[in-house]
Design a protein around this ligand. Structure first.
Ligand SMILES: [Zn+2]
Length: 324
């Protein structure tokens, strides 16, 4: 039996998803020939081959100091990796420092100071895909760090012998230093590879410190959970993935900039920090398209002052409601 108002809510969510599908269909380039799929995949292969001979762009990494109590420094490390620095904790989210992913060279190198990597006290892994759970990067991190992952992922890091490894199902929280971490659901197939039969799920995480909440979505498609996360956990900053949306079937697991804007509105967050773009071609779309489309959408919807596009290594600060 449906709860009071549940039918309305479901209808609203379904309608919203339909509208997003419609907007994406409308946007599909009308000038592509009937063999569009082949043309687009050839374009992607050309891009991958070009990246193989061009070295990744590198930015010199600068150390990010621990902020005063009551603030969180949010640093974009590159691709899907981020660093959250508080007065007492250094949190790495999906750290991936390598230059190659499954043989594909990245276009922009990760940017993280060695001293900051060595200072990591907590590592959050959203799912087992190799650009999120990257064993060579984890091997570089201090073993005293705590590692948090979704259920059924602990065996993947067991041999690294971190001080503490916790599988955190959605809805559960843990405390670490001055931060509280809550795992939330994501819509993304988190299997390690095609032959991985472990059915590993994907998490998002809310990191709370002194009343400031940072939401790290990991990889996810647009789904009804954003509204619930917004109502329950009130994220101030949302780190949302924006690439890997062409062909449209990829939107089963990823978000386009248009999906990300809707997710941002559903979440009720104050600041949108896009992630998971610019390093690897995740879909057929041009590698520079996600961030320019997102910027255009934010301009159109009057949200430009709430968008923070960070370069690898760049940091913005969030201040908690509880203050210093
Ligand atoms: Zn993924």
């Amino acid at each position: 039996m449906a709860l009071p108002g549940e039918d309305d809510w479901k209808r609203r969510v379904i309608e919203r998803a339909k509208e997003l599908d419609h907007e994406h269909r409308r946007r599909i380039r009308g000038d592509l020939p009937s063999n569009a799929k082949r043309v687009l995949s050839l374009r992607m292969v050309r891009r991958v081959l070009r990246q193989l001979v061009v070295r990744p762009r590198r930015t010199e990494a600068r150390e990010v100091p621990h902020p005063a109590p009551g603030a969180i420094a949010v640093t974009f490390v590159g691709h899907a990796s981020a660093m959250l620095t508080t007065c007492r904790a250094r949190v790495l989210v999906d750290p991936f420092l390598g230059d190659f992913l499954l043989g594909v060279r990245r276009r922009e190198a990760a940017c993280l100071a060695a001293a900051d990597a060595a200072d990591a006290s907590l590592v959050l892994i959203s799912h087992a895909h190799r650009d999120h759970l990257h064993l060579p990067t984890l091997r570089q991190l201090p073993r005293r760090a705590m590692v948090v992952l979704p259920p059924r992922c602990e065996p993947l890091v067991r041999s690294l012998q971190f001080a503490r490894v916790v599988e955190l199902p959605p809805g559960q929280s843990l405390e670490h230093g001055d931060v509280e971490v809550t795992a939330v659901a994501a819509r993304h197939d988190g299997r390690r590879g095609l032959i991985d039969r472990a059915w590993r799920p994907s998490n998002g995480y809310i990191v709370k410190c002194a009343g400031a909440n940072v939401y790290c979505a990991g990889d996810t498609a647009y789904f009804s959970g954003f509204e619930e996360i917004g109502q329950r956990l009130h994220p101030d900053v949302a780190l949302l993935p924006i690439a890997g949306y062409e062909p449209p079937s990829l939107r089963e697991d990823h978000m386009s900039p248009l999906d990300a804007i809707q997710a941002f509105v559903d979440l009720g967050a104050k600041l949108l920090v896009p992630v998971a773009y610019g390093a690897f071609p995740l879909g057929y779309e041009p590698i520079d398209e996600p961030v320019s489309w997102l910027t255009d959408l934010c301009r159109e919807h009057g949200l430009l002052d709430r968008l923070a596009v960070l370069r690898p290594g760049e940091t913005c600060q969030v201040h908690g409601r509880e203050g210093a």
